[in-house]
Unconditional design. Structure first.
Length: 304
């Protein structure tokens, strides 16, 4: 049986929110089978829970934010990407603020924290969302699509008329059966343009942004002294985001994701479109491991 996975022990980190600029302490904790990923706002009365659910995403301005009642948790996509990439099904995440800390702008710190906590298989079958037919959403020349595929593959393309981005690859296909999430994806950082900073801060965004937690480019070049971590870091970060955004559906996806110029809003619209059509998907488990796609089997070996 392909089993669910949680953490062995709690692990804590402190950082600042990318958009709020506020200091926040986060503790990742083990959770019971079938409980999913749950955020708990310890700073609010009665410490309300916010459970991961694609239909609870209400704010997609430069991040993915979840809302339940009066409780909101922002910028969840990088942590969700790490949880998906390392196969964590169940976790309780305590927060004393409204936003996940941005750390270095990638998912690599979250990967480190999860490995530090360790993993524990649980006596319950892991559940997957298998895509049964193609579903696509569009916005002008932008699109995001999920197709049937026996595994998990992502194809993404971006288009920026900017010399620093044009010098890098702007299209990428990654099959999770063939790469290591921690090595090949997790270190890609979020990015932004100097000329947009003032306008974004005027509307209350990126208050905590800096060269320590983002790739920043001016009109001509990357300003970070260390340069890029990957030759294709810009498009690779969009793949990292997409993995996190898709995991907000609550299950690992068995299917192929393809997108052009997509972002958090379009990624969430795609999940909502899938969920609105019961013939487009099914929730499945594998009682016999050998029946699972190669992506799942290879992942089990890499993260045993």
């Amino acid at each position: 049986m392909v089993r669910q996975r949680t953490l062995k022990a709690p692990v804590t980190a402190t950082g600042v929110g990318l958009h709020s600029g506020a200091k926040v302490t986060m503790t990742l904790r083990p959770a019971l089978p079938d409980s999913g990923i749950v955020f708990r706002r310890l700073d609010l009365p009665r410490s309300p829970d916010v459970k991961v659910d694609a239909l609870s995403v209400t704010d997609t301005r430069l991040c993915s934010a979840l809302v339940s009642g009066d409780a909101k948790v922002s910028t969840v996509e990088h942590l969700m990407s790490a949880l998906a990439g390392l196969g964590v099904d169940n976790a309780l995440i305590d927060l004393d603020g409204p936003e996940i800390p941005i750390m270095d702008g990638s998912a690599s710190t979250f990967v480190y924290l999860l490995h530090s906590a360790g993993f524990e298989e649980q006596a319950a079958a892991k559940r997957f969302m298998r895509i049964r037919k193609s579903v696509e959403v569009t916005d002008g020349d932008k699109y995001a699509r999920l197709d049937p595929f026996d595994g998990f593959k992502l194809t993404f393309s971006i288009q920026f008329d900017h010399p620093a981005v044009e010098r890098t690859a702007q299209a990428l296909t990654i099959d999770l059966a063939d790469v290591s999430y921690a090595r090949d994806i997790a270190r890609a950082r979020t990015f932004g343009f100097v000329q947009e900073v003032e306008a974004l801060r005027d509307v209350g965004l990126i208050q905590g942004g800096s060269l320590d937690n983002a790739v920043v480019v001016d009109e001509y070049r990357v300003l970070n002294a260390e340069g890029l971590r990957y030759a294709d870091e810009f498009v690779k970060h969009k793949v990292l985001d997409a993995i996190g955004d898709l995991y907000l559906v609550g299950f690992p996806i068995i299917g192929a994701f393809a997108a052009h110029k997509s972002g958090h809003e379009l990624n969430n619209r795609l999940l909502r479109a899938v969920l609105s059509d019961e013939s487009a998907y099914q929730i499945i488990s594998f009682e016999r491991s050998e029946e699972a796609p190669r992506t799942v089997l290879d992942w089990n070996l890499r993260h045993a």
